[in-house]
Design a protein around this ligand. Structure first.
Ligand SMILES: Nc1nc2c(ncn2[C@@H]2O[C@H](COP(=O)(O)OP(=O)(O)OP(=O)(O)O)[C@@H](O)[C@H]2O)c(=O)[nH]1
Ligand SMILES: [Mg+2]
Length: 269
């Protein structure tokens, strides 16, 4: 059984930075993880890149040869990855062991999470290869200071969840930039009634019915819950990682292995 995090979220929400901090955390705690770059437009990396979509296809070539812009080019690259799941990607995956832990640093284009089925098929492929997969959705805490942004952030997140049908952990990134923690805390695990009254206050009366439906929708998918992440704090990274590990049942198997190992040791004596 392998383990995988699919790190997703809007452009600039901090996905790649999260991946590199997670990598450093794992080095410090002597844990092995491999970070995979799935963003054909990425250029600089603060983590060692275990697999790289840019080895499969070049965004510059695609844009030049097909006359596509950066976003169309990216979608083309991702679809090319989809077409190569059974060969290039499977070959790459074969370099890793059954119990390895992979973290996929995804591009931020929102269409990948709303209606382009590439990531969905990518996840299905990982599952077929016996990986436990968890979606890690990053939302920038800078956009969490008022209820309308919160709801729109939730809707984008929800559309990703409906697409991917994966267990997910929602993270509020860049908490170090939040000066007034109180403003954000209101939105970490909010009561639906609080959200509704905030929303009604913000918007004209004719939206009351729509507001109610929106809050019900977000609430029914039980996804209005975010874990704050402050990358300056080791404890914060550790907590987030523990939640994700729990989601993909990572620790459970590891415990069994340590026990097996100890027993072998005993036998040797
Ligand atoms: N202060 C602060 N800045 C951050 C944090 N995480 C990311 N940033 C900054 O936010 C910007 C975007 O971060 P990235 O990690 O590249 O975001 P991304 O989600 O990978 O972006 P795309 O791949 O373009 O979608 C960079 O300037 C980062 O330095 C954080 O925790 N704190
Ligand atoms: Mg990135």
């Amino acid at each position: 059984m392998g383990y995988a995090q699919l790190v997703i979220g809007p452009a600039g929400s901090g996905k790649s930075t999260y991946c590199s901090s997670l990598y450093e955390h794992c080095v410090a705690t002597r844990r092995t993880i491999h970070i995979v770059n799935l963003d054909p437009a990425a250029e600089n990396f603060d983590y060692p890149v275990a697999m790289d979509i840019r080895e499969l296809i070049s965004l510059d070539d695609v844009m030049e040869e097909l006359g596509l812009g950066p976003n169309g080019g990216l979608v083309y690259c991702m679809e090319h990855l989809e077409d190569n799941l059974d060969d290039w990607f499977t070959d790459e995956l074969d370099n890793y062991l059954d119990d390895d832990y992979l973290v996929f640093d995804c591009p931020g284009q929102i269409e990948l999470y709303s209606h382009v089925p590439v990531l969905r098929n990518f996840v299905e492929h990982l599952k077929r290869k016996n990986y436990n997969v968890c979606a890690v959705y990053l939302l920038d805490s800078q956009f969490m200071t008022d209820v309308t942004k919160f709801i729109s952030g939730c809707m984008a997140c929800l559309s990703a969840m409906v697409q991917l049908e994966l267990p997910h952990v929602n993270i509020l990134s860049k908490m170090d930039l939040v000066t007034n923690k109180k403003d954000v805390e209101e939105f970490l695990d909010p009561e639906p009634t609080f959200l509704l009254s905030e929303l009604n206050q913000r918007m004209a009366p004719q939206f009351a019915k729509l507001n109610k439906s929106l809050i019900e929708l977000v609430n029914n998918y039980s996804m209005v819950s975010f874990i704050p992440l402050d990358l300056r704090k080791e404890r914060s990274i550790q907590y987030v990682l523990a939640q994700i590990d729990n989601c993909i049942q990572y620790g459970e198997d590891a415990d069994v292995k340590i026990k097996d190992f100890d027993q072998d040791d005993d036998n040797d004596e």
